[in-house]
Design a protein around this ligand. Structure first.
Ligand code: ATP
Ligand code: MG
Length: 237
């Protein structure tokens, strides 16, 4: 009896320690994902927004210093140039804000948010992104919709960065109990058995699925494209 009791206490302590370690590992992953996001914001602000501000300032300075007399046409050209630069700057800042703000999904809904993500990826890469949606996505809880959006975002980012694919598809399907999200690219694929320590994206998208009680599977083989399949549970209505 004593042996059974000791074994039970030891097993409980072990299970508790393992749970604690898992929680800690998850917290580390989430913190690293936040760091990654901040690093992206920092480099985007530095490399894009600040460069554009510097351009506009230089343009205004050169206008100011330009010697008189100045033709009205030349002045108008410069002003149009500055205006176009400011329009681009607003687009760049807006893109950062939208990407950072998870409520873009809350505001426009999952399907519209995925469509603008697809449009944005198409504009910024050679990838052709096709979206299909099926079922009543309006009833998906906000947390689950945000998780699905972030999973699609990282999957597309990977497709652009690593796959060399020309076409990617995003499929969303809502049934009574689950939201299924599938992001596929027809690119070079990779060996999922090779453990990677440097990348964060795949681990972080799996973490996002876990956080809403679901799971995300990464299916890929060299030469056979990549598919991310996420299954996220929905509350019983
Ligand atoms: N769609 C894909 N096609 C080909 N290879 C991929 C694809 N997605 C992931 N991989 C491979 O898996 C690795 C791990 O991906 P993961 O998203 O975790 O990290 P990463 O993209 O390298 O870096 P991070 O996401 O942290 O910026 C990649 O470095 C790449 O080799
Ligand atoms: Mg990645």
């Amino acid at each position: 009896m004593t042996i059974v009791l000791v074994a039970f206490v030891a097993a409980t302590a072990l299970a508790q320690r393992q749970r604690g370690q898992m929680r800690q590992a998850q917290a580390v992953l989430v913190a690293r994902a936040h760091e990654e996001e901040r690093a992206w914001v920092a480099s985007e602000l530095h490399d894009d927004v600040l460069q554009r501000v510097a351009l506009v300032r230089a343009e205004i300075e050169s206008l100011w210093e330009a010697s008189e007399p100045r033709s009205a046409d030349a002045l108008e050209d410069r002003l149009r140039g500055i205006n176009a630069e400011l329009v681009d700057l607003a687009v760049a800042v807006r893109r950062i804000a939208v990407r950072l703000h998870p409520t873009v999904v809350d505001q426009v809904g999952l399907v519209s948010a995925l469509q603008s993500l697809a449009d944005e990826v198409e504009r910024g890469s050679d990838l052709d992104v096709r979206l299909t949606a099926d079922g009543d996505t309006a009833t998906v809880p906000a947390d689950t919709a945000r998780a699905a959006y972030r999973i699609a975002q990282e999957s597309l980012r990977n497709a652009v960065k690593h796959s060399g694919a020309r076409i990617a598809t995003i499929g969303v399907r809502v049934t009574e109990r689950t939201l299924s999200l599938s992001v596929h690219d027809d690119g070079r694929g990779f060996d999922t058995n090779v453990k990677r320590v440097d990348g964060l994206g795949l681990a972080s998208l799996q973490e996002r699925a876990l956080c809403v009680g679901g799971k995300a599977e990464v299916r890929s083989r060299p030469g056979a494209g990549t598919t991310i399949d996420a299954t996220l549970p929905l509350p019983v209505r």
